[in-house]
Design a protein around this ligand. Structure first.
Ligand code: FAD
Ligand code: FES
Length: 252
């Protein structure tokens, strides 16, 4: 059931040039209640009520009642969020999204571009818990933008790094891993549209599931602001039918 609650912020820590890690105390037992791929909409509680519209973030981790988010500061909403102090409250609407990642494949590759990696970490944890194999591929423009590297390496054994300028890991794009993959069944991806497009065009021979991060206003299917095209020439709401879609469902 979707909850609309005010919850205290436990931590809101700068972990990279432009990236923050935020932990929230929902006060509820969330064990088994959040599916990998689901997200929340968040806004601060400030006297000006600006910005009014909540912002969407992947639920990157869940432990008991604690939810972890990772976010890049890109505009007004995320700037204001970055100023929230531990102990202050924020408003969240969660869990959102009905299209989630499958958990039944044995050989999984998680490809995250930039902050899109946050959309895959809960999935990686759940797959590992079930005894399925997980290879994590994390790509960013440059070394200073690999803010989630420590978090990933604490959670997963197989982590491959790519940077566009070669300042860390292999030089190139996270999707370059495709030419090296053998024996893998499925790719789960989240990141910028150009990355998803290239997977869409290159990833033959794999099942591919992609999580989309279209700009959203309502987050629960009402405003139609987040739609993407489906293969049968209709539209799919990223917030309601997604955010995760199998490649065969969509056109990008
Ligand atoms: C399901 C979902 C999950 C997401 N998960 C994360 C996450 O875990 N971490 C994270 O950092 N971000 C995530 N995003 C993106 C995040 O919602 C936006 O970055 C945020 O809303 C920007 O708010 P803002 O007010 O700071 O920027 P705005 O002032 O609204 O915009 C600033 C700039 O960012 C661009 N922008 C705004 N929203 C998006 C977007 N959704 N995608 C691409 N560009 C955008 C605008 O066009 C503009 O150029 C997610 C989005 C969705 C829909
Ligand atoms: S954000 Fe309103 S319908 Fe998806």
């Amino acid at each position: 059931m979707i909850k609309d609650v005010e919850v205290p912020v436990l931590t809101n820590t700068k972990i990279g040039t432009n990236t923050f890690k935020m932990e929230l105390d929902t006060g509820a037992d969330l064990s088994g209640k959040i599916k990998p791929g689901q997200f929340l909409m968040i806004r601060t509680i400030n006297p000006s009520d600006d910005p009014l519209i909540r912002r969407a973030f992947a639920i990157a981790d869940v432990e008991g009642g604690k939810i972890t988010l990772f976010y890049d500061v890109v505009g007004k909403g995320t700037k204001i969020l970055s100023l929230v102090k531990p102990g202050e409250k924020v408003k969240i609407l969660f869990p959102l999204g009905n299209g989630t990642f499958p958990l039944n494949y044995k050989e999984n590759v998680l490809i995250g571009g930039g902050i899109g990696m946050a959309g895959l970490t809960l999935l990686g944890k759940e797959l590992t818990k079930r005894g399925n194999k997980v290879t994590v591929v994390y790509g960013a423009k440059t070394k200073s933008m690999l803010s989630m590297e420590r978090f990933l390496k604490d959670l997963f054994k197989d982590v491959y790094i790519f940077t566009e300028d070669g300042s860390a890991g292999k030089k190139g794009y996270a999707t370059d891993i495709l030419s090296e993959l053998t024996g893998k069944e499925v790719i789960h991806a989240c990141g910028p549209i150009p990355m998803l497009k290239s997977l869409y065009n290159m990833g033959h021979g794999f099942k591919i599931f992609m999580s989309f991060e279209s700009p959203m206003a309502c987050g629960w299917g009402v405003c139609l602001g987040c739609v993407i095209k489906s293969k049968d020439n209709s539209f799919l709401r990223v917030c309601k039918e997604g955010p995760v879609f199998e490649k065969e469902q969509v056109i990008i």
